[in-house]
Design a protein around this ligand. Structure first.
Ligand code: GDP
Length: 364
């Protein structure tokens, strides 16, 4: 599954947020067994109101949401790139993720030590990101000499790799993360293969005090400003409130939200922001047994989407019978949609659209 790493300095609220995420997931998905893969890896259900609508129409017995993984990556301190703290392990954990969530402390509390002795989310972000940039520069420098030698001896692929290494180094030398580099479209795949930490998409989480959950505060405003400048995603959340809410049942939760002046749990916003960050989208399979959401990347074709369910579906793909979500709802179900001519037979080249309801036909 797709994986977001939760990263930040100590005492900013990472574990509080992670625990709230996983507890809420456990509480919300009553018929979906929540699992902790490892102590610091949690699988959460992606909140998806359309599933209930589909299930109602189709009389599905079970609702199965899409899932996303979150990893609580502790151990970042200044000097991590030099092996301080949990240094290398920490970097290895980040390398395995698809995106990074930076949790930034935007709450004051004299009882909770701040490692740098002050609340300053922007300075914190710079500390954290600098460590990742240093790690990237070192790994690039290490690789460069070998690649340069091969490029000089005329290897075409090495020449292309060298150009990308230098593109990344140029960006980092200017003090900017690799994700800011302007990578030509045809090089995107090779770029991803470089596995740079600072090339991963990022989401900034401004963790505010309980009083500021609905309004934000001056710290979170600075975070939003920074995100806007960089074209990054950002979410204001109070990890403390989310943790309190995580243990409530749905009715109590609704009441609590209203009391706090919030429209929905911050965790829903966080999960959706993570989904967007990863360039993900959803398609559905619907039947009397279950209504289920599946996660794919934007731009995937029907066989690739089928492969998420089972590898054999992709290999033996014949065609997909597809109804757009809105048509399914408007017509009142599959049979009526088919009669209205809203069910399409799509072939191998079809690019799956957000919310498609699909059946796959395949050879076994
Ligand atoms: P981590 O080291 O980043 O994982 O931080 P923790 O999640 O362990 O949080 C450190 C301390 O800050 C704990 O005592 C939390 O209860 C507290 N904390 C986390 N979020 C908030 C918040 O929004 N407001 C306040 N006042 N305390 C918080």
């Amino acid at each position: 599954g797709f994986k977001c790493g939760i990263v930040g300095l100590p005492n900013v609220g990472k574990s509080t947020l992670f625990n709230a995420l996983t507890q809420t997931a456990a509480a919300q998905a009553a018929n979906y067994p929540f699992c902790t893969i490892e102590p610091n890896v949690g699988e959460v259900a992606v909140p998806e109101p359309r599933l209930a609508e589909l299930a109602k129409i189709a009389g599905s017995k079970e609702i199965i949401p899409a899932r996303m993984n979150f990893v609580d990556i502790a151990g970042l301190v200044e000097g991590a790139s030099k092996g301080e703290g949990l240094g290398n392990q920490f970097l290895a954990n980040i390398r395995e993720t698809d995106a990074i969530i930076y949790v930034l402390r935007c709450f004051e509390d004299d009882d909770i030590t701040h490692v740098a002795g002050r609340v300053d989310p922007i300075a914190d972000l710079d500390i954290v990101e600098t460590e990742l940039m240093i790690a990237d520069m070192e790994s690039l420098e290490k690789r460069r000499a070998g690649v340069e030698k091969k490029a000089k001896s005329g290897e075409k692929e090495a020449k292309e790799t060298l150009a990308l290494l230098d593109l990344a180094l140029a960006e980092l030398n200017e003090g900017r993360p690799a994700r800011m580099a302007d990578v030509p479209k045809e090089d995107r795949k090779a770029w991803r293969m470089l596995q740079l930490l600072t090339a991963k998409p990022v989401l900034l989480v401004a963790n505010v005090d309980e009083e500021s959950a609905a309004t934000g505060n001056r710290y979170s405003e600075a975070v939003m400003e920074r995100a806007a400048k960089e074209g990054a995603e950002a979410v204001v959340i109070s990890a403390q409130i989310e943790a309190e809410m995580a243990i409530l049942d749905p009715a109590e939760r609704a009441e609590f939200l209203e009391m706090q002046g919030l429209e929905e749990p911050g965790l829903n916003r966080l999960i959706h922001a993570g989904y967007k960050l990863l360039g993900l989208q959803t398609y559905f399979t619907v039947g009397p047994k279950e209504a289920r959401a599946w996660t794919i990347r934007k731009g995937w074709t029907a066989p690739q989407a089928a492969g998420v369910i089972h590898g054999d579906f992709e290999k033996g793909f014949i065609r997909a019978e597809t109804i757009a979500y809105d048509d399914f709802i408007a017509c009142g179900g599959e049979t009526a949609a088919k009669e209205a001519g809203k069910m399409r037979a799509e072939g191998k080249e079809y690019v799956v659209q957000e919310g498609d309801v699909m059946h796959f036909r395949f050879n076994v």
